[in-house]
Design a protein around this ligand. Structure first.
Ligand code: SF4
Length: 246
């Protein structure tokens, strides 16, 4: 099915100083930044990209359904965005020298092909580009790499436990392919693992940490504690049960 987000957009070239969303795509098959479905916007953030002051966009849609996800309202790819890209471009024009960059988060931001045009435009305006991703779409991530300065990459589990977290089959392959790609590209990356105690054992976490370090050369791996707020009732109950048993 071709969604609104997969349609080709307008394209063209303009001087970087002109803040126009019509200047964001370089060929006829690439959607323009205007096509981006933006579900939410944190205009000022100091915690989404280490040591940077950024504006953060939460992009609509994700192919996975992680046990602990607290972004359920933005997972459906058919839901249209609520923030026009032009509003973001207008803010950037006013924040030259005051913001370090833009973080594209989600949902799964690489799901949207228009992200390439948006990232290119952000770079053209002189800002850095950060990306939060689970690596579900390595081919689209590859197209983005030239415009990305920093990646916060979620690696959720050792490969054999991956689908238990994402609740989608075959999810480890694209995630680890994306990790390999980012490491090879030499882009600054922080790998993050939200430790879900309803699925992962301490031994799983150790195996993952060793795999990331020894096989992929990851130096910055952060373990995060799962948060129950915003998760499903089913998950909150499972978490409570695990905590009681622990
Ligand atoms: S990848 Fe992120 S946004 Fe998607 S379901 Fe998992 S936790 Fe939620």
């Amino acid at each position: 099915m071709t969604s609104r987000l997969d349609r080709d957009g307008e394209f063209g070239l303009a001087a970087p100083s002109v803040v126009s969303t019509r200047a964001t795509a370089l060929n006829s098959t690439e959607p323009s930044a205007d096509e981006l479905a933006i579900a939410g916007w944190s205009r000022l953030s100091t915690c989404d990209w280490p040591d940077r002051i950024v504006t953060t966009l939460f992009l609509q849609g994700c192919p996975w359904r992680c046990t602990y996800c607290h972004n359920y309202t933005i997972l459906d790819p058919r839901t249209p965005g609520v923030v026009p890209w032009q509003d973001v471009a207008d803010l950037l024009a006013k924040r030259q020298g005051l913001l370090d960059g833009v973080v594209f988060s989600g949902g799964e931001p690489t799901r949207q092909r228009a992200l390439v045009a948006a990232a290119r435009q952000v770079r053209g305006l002189g800002f850095g580009v950060g990306l939060h991703t689970g690596g579900a779409f390595p081919t689209r991530l590859r197209a983005l790499l030239p415009y990305i300065d920093w990646v916060g990459l979620d690696i959720k589990a050792p490969p054999d436990r991956y689908d238990e977290i994402t609740r989608r089959q075959g999810s480890a392959r694209p995630a680890f392919e994306s990790l390999e790609m980012v490491m090879e590209a030499g882009i600054s990356v922080q790998v993050r693992t939200t430790v879900d105690p309803t699925v992962l054992t301490p031994g799983d976490v150790t195996r993952l940490t060793e795999l990331l370090r020894d096989e992929y050369g990851v130096e910055d791996h952060v373990l995060q504690t799962v948060r129950s707020d915003g998760t499903s009732e089913e998950y909150r109950n499972a978490l409570k049960k695990t905590e009681l048993m622990g």
